[in-house]
Design a protein around this ligand. Structure first.
Ligand code: ZN
Length: 222
């Protein structure tokens, strides 16, 4: 309401992720990026970002350092892809405290049970994120019994809210997301932008490559 987006996910994180601006901006799909380039990053920051973009993963996530977004997408089981679509729709839908929908996160994880079967464990909805607060999800299982079956967790997925023109949310992984992925170095970590409908993969060090379109993610192995 007349104030700049002040949510850490959509604003404070940008210092750490300024280098994405040229790529995101070129898609023309994220409305606040051009503003950010104009107000924040100078040419040196942008070129530094371009250099950084080409670097190999310096630490952690070795298992994924040669992975591409599409090769990672191919490893997400179909059951999990369906659950991610459900989570996306749930993020756009109203909850007890997010009366309109589009202003809270959702999350889901998948892995294997003791017999090697795929188990998908959706989380409870994240809380409504009023202006000035950080949308988040704690991966708190909606069904603890089901969650207990997970012997391994192979994929962590969460949804960044759609928001609106008055209250946009960054769609790409936040610094906090990337820091959190350090705890699961062998898992696939991804975030889906509910507004830009793109899937961003990341590990404990950085985003992995460019985001891919949700519809390409949902397709079978490429
Ligand atoms: Zn996030």
């Amino acid at each position: 309401m007349g104030q700049p987006p002040d949510d850490p996910e959509s604003f404070a994180d940008l210092n750490g992720h300024m280098f994405w601006a040229p790529f995101l901006g070129s898609s023309g799909e994220i409305g606040n990026i051009s503003f950010l380039i104009a107000s924040g990053a100078g040419p040196s920051e942008l070129s530094a970002g371009l250099n950084y973009f080409g670097n190999a993963d310096p630490q952690g996530g070795q298992a994924q350092s040669t992975q591409t977004p599409q090769s990672l997408a191919n490893q997400v089981p179909p059951e999990m892809k369906a659950a991610i679509m459900d989570a996306l729709n749930a993020s756009n839908a109203p909850t007890d405290d997010d009366k309109k929908g589009g202003f809270h996160e959702e999350s889901v994880k998948s892995g294997k049970d003791a017999s090697g079967n795929v188990v998908v464990s959706p989380s409870v909805p994240g809380p409504y994120a009023p202006p000035g607060t950080d949308p988040h999800t704690g991966f708190k299982p909606a069904d603890p019994k089901k969650d207990e079956k997970l012997v391994t967790v192979d994929v962590f997925a969460h949804i960044h809210p759609k928001g609106n023109a008055d209250r946009p949310f960054n769609q790409f992984p936040s610094k906090k997301d990337i820091a959190g992925a350090k705890d699961s170095p062998s898992a696939i970590n991804l975030v889906v932008g509910a507004k830009d409908k793109k899937v961003y993969f990341f590990n404990g060090s950085d985003q992995i490559g460019n985001p891919i379109k949700l519809k390409d993610f949902m397709r079978g192995p490429q």
